[in-house]
Design a binder for this molecule. Structure first.
Ligand SMILES: [Zn+2]
Length: 211
C-alpha cells in the first residue's frame, strides 16, 4: 500500500508559473530570469541573483511567447527583451553555467580528465556524461569515446584550450562527469544550448551556426 497523501513525508518542491505558457510547475523545470533596471531580462541559471524573478520553460515555444509580453505580465513592468534576445541570452548563460559546473566537477574530484581516465571511467561504467572539445579530433576517434557518442552519452563543447583551462592543464580534449547531480545539472544546460532560435514573424537575416 502507498503511504497516505497527508503523511508529512517530503517537502513539496516550490512551483512557479512559466511566463510563456502560464503553466505552474516545479521551478527546477524552468529558467529563472531577473529584470534589470534597463528593462532587459537576464537569465539566472545558478538561482542566486538578487531581484524579483520570473520563470520560463527553456523551449523555443515558451521563449517566443514569453518575450516580451508574457514577461511584462509576470514582472508587472515593461520588458524590452525580444524573443531573439532572450534566446541568445539563455544560450550564453547556459555556456557559462556549463563552464562553472565543469570547473566545480574537476575541483570536487568528480571529473575524469583526458583520454586515459575517460576510457577507464567508461569501462567501469562510472562515466555519466562525456564532454568532447570541438577541436579534439584524436579524442573523438577513440573507440571508447566513439561508443559514448553513439550511445548518446557525449556532447561537444568548447575547445581543447577551454577544457584545459577548466581542468588546470594546457589542453584537454575529453572529460567525463562521474557524479549524478553534476551530470543532471550539466545535461540541463547542454539541452538549453540546443534550443532552436525563435520564429519572430519577420524573418531574421543571418545564418545558422550549426557545428
Ligand atoms: Zn512554458
Amino acid at each position: 500500500m502507498l503511504a497516505r497523501a497527508d503523511a508529512p513525508s517530503r517537502k513539496r518542491a516550490p512551483e512557479r508559473t512559466c511566463a510563456g505558457c502560464r503553466e505552474v510547475l516545479p521551478q527546477a523545470q524552468l529558467v529563472r530570469l531577473v529584470l534589470g533596471p534597463d528593462g532587459h531580462v537576464v537569465p539566472d541559471l545558478a538561482g542566486r541573483a538578487f531581484g524579483r524573478g520570473a520563470w520560463v520553460h527553456p523551449t523555443q515555444r515558451c521563449i517566443e511567447r514569453a518575450a516580451p509580453r508574457g514577461l511584462a505580465k509576470s514582472f508587472r513592468a515593461e520588458v524590452k527583451t525580444s524573443a531573439a534576445e532572450l534566446h541568445a541570452a539563455i544560450l550564453a548563460a547556459a555556456a557559462r553555467r556549463a563552464e562553472s559546473l565543469l570547473l566545480a566537477a574537476e575541483r570536487g574530484g568528480h571529473l575524469a580528465v583526458g583520454a586515459t581516465e575517460v576510457t577507464e571511467a567508461l569501462a567501469a561504467g562510472r562515466a555519466l556524461r562525456v564532454v568532447v572539445a570541438r577541436d579534439a579530433r584524436a579524442a573523438a576517434e577513440l573507440g571508447s569515446v566513439r561508443k559514448a557518442i553513439a550511445d548518446g552519452l557525449a556532447v561537444a563543447f568548447g575547445d581543447k584550450e577551454l577544457l584545459g583551462q577548466l581542468t588546470r592543464r594546457s589542453e584537454t580534449g575529453v572529460v567525463a562527469v562521474v557524479d549524478r547531480g553534476l551530470c543532471d545539472a550539466l545535461t540541463r544546460v547542454f539541452d538549453m544550448m540546443s534550443i532552436p532560435e525563435p520564429n519572430t514573424g519577420a524573418r531574421a537575416a543571418g545564418t545558422r551556426e550549426d557545428g
